[in-house]
Design a protein around this ligand. Structure first.
Ligand code: HDE
Length: 733
């Protein structure tokens, strides 16, 4: 009996990748897909199973027989279903897609996937770092941003994060960092959270983490969606052109939707209401044909400019401000197909920093150097042996031919007598390609040095860019950093850790430190007994570093703020339409049409499930909260509003939507309901004109003027949040 071959699964209906045909990769993966439709159940040996309900036993009421091969096979397989989760980045979601090169990278690199007109299939996986595989998506954490390009020259993995810098400068500190942030070893608490003693103990003693901590405490660590975050390669890489010239580059992913984050209060509530919020959001966007897009870009630094910055390009705790070196766009990634099976694709995908293709090379960044070892090594224990590259999700679309043999679960059947090189019995094959035939050539960087276990002086400035990041934030974003630090440090039981950390914050910004200290009840200044350094020492010349600093850090880098860089739009925004029986159908119909036409996703939220006045209910109020939506519409309808008035969950929906600064629209009796919810409960103050003005993200009308109202609502939504609501005159509680 043969398994039915899966169709090369649904390709997303629309998106920018309308032109997306089935790529080689899609076709190849589909060869491994098994569909159960219309199939008979079999054992793993293909023997048809007559009865899967009962084990073989001696008599109807007798003991099970050891000889039952079907029972034993099924239970044995089940016993071994789990593989070790990733030691970091265990929680993740992935999707297939395509990268379309603009060709603008052709003068920078010989990498084939960056040449004009080339389309490359890919698989992307996004993750949190600290939490276990089943942890919540909305943890305050760094997000992994890993992309596997199946290029014609072999696999290239860009294994990045949604933050451009890292906690530590040398890979040898990574196990310490991770041990510190993971749940504490004695009681395995807390899950997916950095708000605990061991993390802040380590961080407060590792001032090199100061810059990254600013990112981690900022809104970047609680994205609204995986689709609305930037990605970064973090380290300085090299691109090598046709002439063999190398340039340093920093990789950037820029989301077409722009960046958006949630408020911490939302993050906490989303974690309870829908811990799979990000995973589901990505899945649904792709299923709805609205697969996310990112542009891939690089900041390019000529070799001659290596020492012109106020920091070392090899130091992964530093970024190159975009105002100093703009990002040059090289192409666009579109995610357009969900996996068929989470385990075989998202879980078994194996990214390795060492998976490079000709035209891309690494640098001496000591964090990157350790990663070049770590990823291959970790796959051996996670995926059980050296043949993980043969799994469908990891397999190169370029032919793989070499003399590596055997090992657990080898799939390839290597024909022939010889498995060594040089050989004559195999006609000398497989033969080495040489550079002219596309063989990988490492960039011939001259290397010389005294063996030394020491950090270069040029890595010693731990604070300048932390300060630059903080100064680049809007006041509201700075407030969020302060609140996050108060929360995180407030969860530390050891006062000396809180104090030490406030001392570190004083090196970043006095107001920041004072505000955090006030929340913790600590007096500043705090004396801490550690070497603290803001500058690369003037005499820094460790081995090969001769800084000229002709491109010093700017004081601020506006590109680092989310709010300054919001891209207005409503595409894929989820809008709750809150109704009960007797709602104003005409108003809802118009609103749904207008919202859908603008790319938003209206959803009917009703007091009960099933249908309401014959309309399909997407969610009952019992199953959702406002935090799962981007905006709210409450239509009129006397009896609908009467019912909503009797439901505290409905009032809470309105109140929270308002407090989280999201757009609210209401018409007819719905307008009275919304006003009452906000005024009576004391959320908004009595300055009703201001509170209900369109400038405050509100589209409220006692009459039903559906089209005008929809336009006003869409305009308010497109600004993402009405941040001014956080001003005291607009909010009380
Ligand atoms: Fe990773 N990291 N990492 N990391 N990392 C892993 O590899 C490691 C670092 C990143 O979706 C592991 O397959 C070391 C920086 C992502 O499958 C492991 C060091 C950045 C993912 C590992 C770092 C990352 C990982 C665990 C310091 C951003 C998830 C499972 C030298 C540039 C990939 C695995 C996926 C995963 C080691 C630091 C990103 C153990 C030793 C910096 C996105 O190999």
């Amino acid at each position: 009996m043969t398994a039915k071959k899966g169709p090369a699964k649904k390709v997303a209906k629309n998106t920018a990748s309308e032109a997306h045909e089935e790529t080689d990769k899609t076709v190849r993966l589909s060869e491994s897909v098994v569909q159960a439709d219309g199939q008979m159940m079999t054992s793993n040996q293909g023997v048809r199973i007559r009865d899967d309900q009962n084990s073989l036993r001696a008599g109807l009421r007798g003991p099970s027989l050891l000889e039952d091969q079907f029972l034993r096979e099924k239970i044995t397989h089940f016993d071994h279903e789990r593989i070790p989760e990733r030691v970091v980045h265990a929680r993740g979601a992935g999707a297939h897609g395509v990268f379309e090169s603009y060709g603008t990278g052709a003068d920078l690199t010989i990498a084939e996937f960056l040449q004009p007109g080339v389309k490359t299939p890919l698989f992307a996986r996004f993750s949190t770092v600290a939490g276990f595989r089943g942890s919540t998506d909305l943890a305050r954490d760094v997000r992994g941003f890993a992309v596997k390009f199946y290029t014609q020259q072999g696999v290239f993995d860009l294994v990045g994060n949604n933050m451009p810098v890292f906690f530590i400068q040398d890979g040898i500190k990574f196990p310490d960092l991770i041990h510190a942030v993971k749940p504490e070893p004695h009681n395995e608490i807390p899950q997916a959270a950095s708000a605990h003693d061991t993390f802040w103990d380590f961080i407060s003693l590792s001032t090199e983490a100061s810059h990254m901590i600013m990112w981690l405490m900022s809104d970047r660590a609680i994205p609204r969606s995986l689709r609305t975050m930037e990605g970064f390669g973090v380290h300085t890489f090299r691109l090598i052109d046709k002439k063999g010239v190398s340039r340093f580059v920093k990789f950037h992913w820029k989301p077409v939707l722009g960046m958006q984050s949630v408020l911490w209060d939302e993050a906490v509530k989303i974690s309870g209401a829908d811990p799979d919020f990000h995973r589901r959001d990505l899945w649904e966007a792709i299923e709805n044909g609205a697969g996310p897009e990112w542009e891939l870009g690089v900041q390019v630094i000529e070799e001659a400019d290596e020492f012109k910055f106020g920091f070392d390009l090899l130091d992964p705790t530093k970024l190159i401000p975009e105002e100093l070196v703009p990002v040059k766009m090289l192409g666009k990634m579109t995610l357009n197909r969900n996996p068929d099976n989470f385990f075989t694709e998202t879980e078994q995908v194996a990214f390795c920093v060492s998976h490079l293709v000709p035209g891309i090379d690494v640098t001496n960044d000591p964090l990157m150097q350790a990663r070049l070892f770590s990823y291959l090594d970790t796959q051996l224990s996670r995926l059980g042996g050296p043949n993980f590259a043969e799994l469908p999700i990891n397999k190169s679309i370029a032919p793989v031919v070499n003399n590596q043999r055997d090992g657990h679960m080898r799939h390839t059947i290597d024909a022939g007598q010889s498995s060594y090189e040089p050989n004559s019995l195999g006609g000398g094959c497989p033969f080495q390609a040489g550079a002219k035939m596309g063989g990988y050539v490492s960039y011939p960087q001259p290397v010389e040095g005294t063996k030394i276990r020491e950090r270069s002086d040029s890595f010693m400035d731990h604070f300048s860019q932390a300060t630059m990041f903080y100064n680049s934030q809007m006041p509201l974003e700075q407030e969020h950093i302060i609140e996050a630090l108060r929360f995180e440090l407030g969860k530390c039981e050891h006062v000396e850790i809180r104090e030490r950390m406030v001392g570190v914050l004083e090196q970043i910004d006095a107001h920041l430190a004072k505000s955090v200290a006030a929340g913790l009840g600590i007096k500043v200044p705090v004396k801490i007994d550690m070497p603290l350094n803001r500058q690369i020492p003037a005499d820094a010349n460790a081995d090969s570093y001769q800084p000229t600093k002709s491109k010093p850090n700017p004081k601020t880098s506006p590109a680092l703020s989310i709010i300054r860089n919001l891209i207005p739009g409503v595409n894929t925004k989820k809008v709750a339409i809150l109704v009960a029986d007797g709602f104003d159908k005409a108003a809802v119909k118009t609103m749904m049409t207008e919202l859908s036409n603008s790319g938003a996703m209206p959803k009917i939220v009703a007091v009960h499930g099933g249908t309401v006045d014959g309309v399909h209910v997407d969610f009952s109020l019992n199953t959702v909260r406002s935090v799962l939506f981007d905006a709210l519409f409450v239509p009129g309808g006397e009896s609908s509003i009467e019912t909503l008035e009797s439901q505290s969950a409905a009032a809470l929906f309105v109140i929270e939507t308002y407090k989280h600064c999201k757009a609210i629209c209401a018409s007819g009796e719905g307008a009275t309901f919304v006003r009452d919810c906000l005024i009576r409960t004391g959320v908004a103050n009595k300055a009703t004109d201001k509170v209900f003005a369109s400038a405050n993200g509100m589209a409220i009308s006692d009459e039903a003027k559906p089209k005008e109202l929809a336009a006003q609502f869409i305009e308010a939504m497109s600004k993402h949040r009405a941040w001014d609501r956080l001003k005291t005159e607009l909010v009380i509680a």
